[in-house]
Design a binder for this molecule. Structure first.
Ligand code: FAD
Length: 458
């Protein structure tokens, strides 16, 4: 018997329930990845992620070859390709991970229809791309199907028993009838960020080992420190499923201590957003909780938006974050918060414009976490204090007290001493003129006034 395993955002062999189930059920397996043009049409194809994905596929193929198998890559609409492969290889079943986006729902529905028509069974597995499946815990005593507030979700989520991580299969036999195309190569992708990390399960597990082997206690008190680089940088590996969230949480709990606990809490944010989007797929584009309609768009804020994208707002810590994003395809969480707050609350620009720019560059960029974090910051989402506005000067002084992060990413300010690096407009006029760094784009007080008026609190 033959079973197809359709890989999507789960590009690994460790702890892979669909692969595990398929290996138990069938003699031969077709490990399949489909490059669907629908992903491109949905505007979800960006060079940094395309390059990282190519690394992930190459690595997955190598790992399968060590076990006697190989990865089969095809291009075309996913349901059509899976059906064709299943028919060509006479497969009886297809296994895949559950997804939460509207795109994933449509994909599952079409797959079911296509496979039903040829008598092939589709098995969809939970807890592959999240630690706890969306919908596994719901608020008791209410009629809602998901948690809208993080802390009570975290409490319930923490009590859910997680399975033992599954070992990778020892042998994978792929039928000769399974035909695929050449694997994509990261080297063929143009316009990637120069500081992009290497993709793949192997690179992810190596990063994980150094993460667990490092000083995790730093994480608790320094994860907000912009220059400290005290976070795991595992997000791209989690996004592509090169690492298993179940395995990661189990490992962190076994490690114990305040650093590991703080880390588990962050991973829970990921699951939290997944269960929100699973219940409300429209939240990828529509305001989740509170609708606001006075946003500025491309037409009336083109120059402000361009300055923000280019890291030329004149607010050093905002510019540092935006330049890190362009250079590394990744940005520190604190910088994501304050750059997003600056765009949506100080410049009052529609969060969707910022979210789209992030998606064009982030190597971990995903509809679930990006859109819902943007909504959180913009005050349209799950933040219980939607009127908080982050002041970039205060944030800079607090989370980059020595100005190291700013000087690293904004070389024009490299020679400015002390905390004035966060307020270069306070330097003497001649010194300022010699810096070749823009004046502040907006007076923060004006931004706050507009924000309060727009929110009916002015
Ligand atoms: P760590 O601090 O080491 O955290 C460990 C893991 O927990 C991360 O890898 C990530 O998977 C998860 N995590 C941490 N914080 C969050 C969070 N707030 N929401 C969801 N998961 C979290 N994360 C993405 O994975 N993809 C995105 O597209 C994305 N867009 C964002 C946009 C904005 C405006 C903001 C404010 C945050 C966004 N985040 C996104 C969340 C967070 O910034 C990143 O997950 C984190 O910076 C990744 O770095 P790390 O792996 O070193 O994190």
């Amino acid at each position: 018997t033959v079973a197809v395993v359709l890989f999507t955002a789960d590009l690994r062999l460790h702890d892979h329930p669909p692969l595990h189930a398929a290996v138990r059920a069938a003699d031969e397996i077709v490990p399949l990845f489909v490059r669907d043009p629908g992903v491109h049409a949905a505007g979800f194809d960006a060079p940094n992620r395309r390059a990282f994905l190519a690394d992930c596929l190459t690595d997955l193929d190598e790992r399968l070859r060590h076990r006697g198998g190989r990865l089969v890559v095809r291009s075309g609409p996913v349901a059509r390709e899976v059906r064709a492969v299943a028919a060509e290889c006479r497969a009886a079943e297809v296994h895949m991970a559950a997804g939460v986006t509207a795109f994933a729902h449509r994909r599952e529905q079409r797959l079911r229809e296509e496979l039903d028509s040829i008598g092939v069974t589709l098995h969809i597995h939970d807890s592959v791309t999240t630690a706890v499946a969306p919908g596994a815990v719901t608020p008791s005593g209410t009629d809602t199907d998901h948690y809208a507030v993080f802390t009570p979700y975290f409490r319930r989520w923490s009590q859910v028993p997680l399975r033992d991580p599954l070992p990778p299969p020892r042998i994978v036999c792929v039928p000769d009838t399974a035909r695929g195309e050449a694997l994509p190569s990261a080297a063929d992708v143009d316009a990637t960020s120069p500081g992009l990390p290497e993709g793949g399960e192997t690179a992810g597990r190596t990063r994980c080992s150094s993460w667990w082997g490092g000083d995790l206690s730093r994480y608790e008190d320094q994860h907000d420190d912009l220059a400290g680089d005290a976070t795991s940088r595992l997000s791209p590996y989690l996004h592509f499923g090169a690492l298993s969230p179940v395995e990661l949480v189990r490992r962190a709990r076994a490690h114990g201590g305040p650093g590991a606990e703080a880390f588990v809490r962050q991973v829970c944010w990921r699951d939290f957003h997944h269960q929100v989007l699973a219940a409300r797929p429209d939240a990828a584009t529509a305001d989740y909780r509170t609708r606001h309609d006075q946003w500025r768009g491309e037409d009336d804020a083109a120059q402000d938006i361009a300055a923000w994208r280019d890291g030329m707002t004149g607010y050093p810590v905002v510019d540092a974050g935006m330049r890190q994003l362009r250079h590394e395809g990744w940005m520190h969480n604190r910088a994501r918060l304050l750059t997003a707050s600056f765009l949506t609350k100080t410049l009052y620009v529609d969060w969707r414009i910022g979210a789209q720019h992030f998606l064009e560059l982030l190597v971990d960029g995903d509809v679930v976490n990006n859109q819902l974090n943007w909504q959180w910051v913009a005050g349209t989402g799950t933040d219980t204090r939607p009127h908080r506005v982050l002041n970039p000067v205060v944030q800079g002084k607090r989370f980059d007290p020595r100005g190291t992060y700013v000087r690293r990413w904004v070389p024009e300010l490299a020679d400015v001493e002390g905390r004035l690096v966060h307020e270069p407009w306070r330097l003497p006029r001649e010194t300022r003129a010699a810096l070749d760094y823009p004046e502040p784009l907006i007076d923060l007080a004006d931004g706050l006034t507009r924000f309060k008026q727009a929110r009916g609190r002015g």
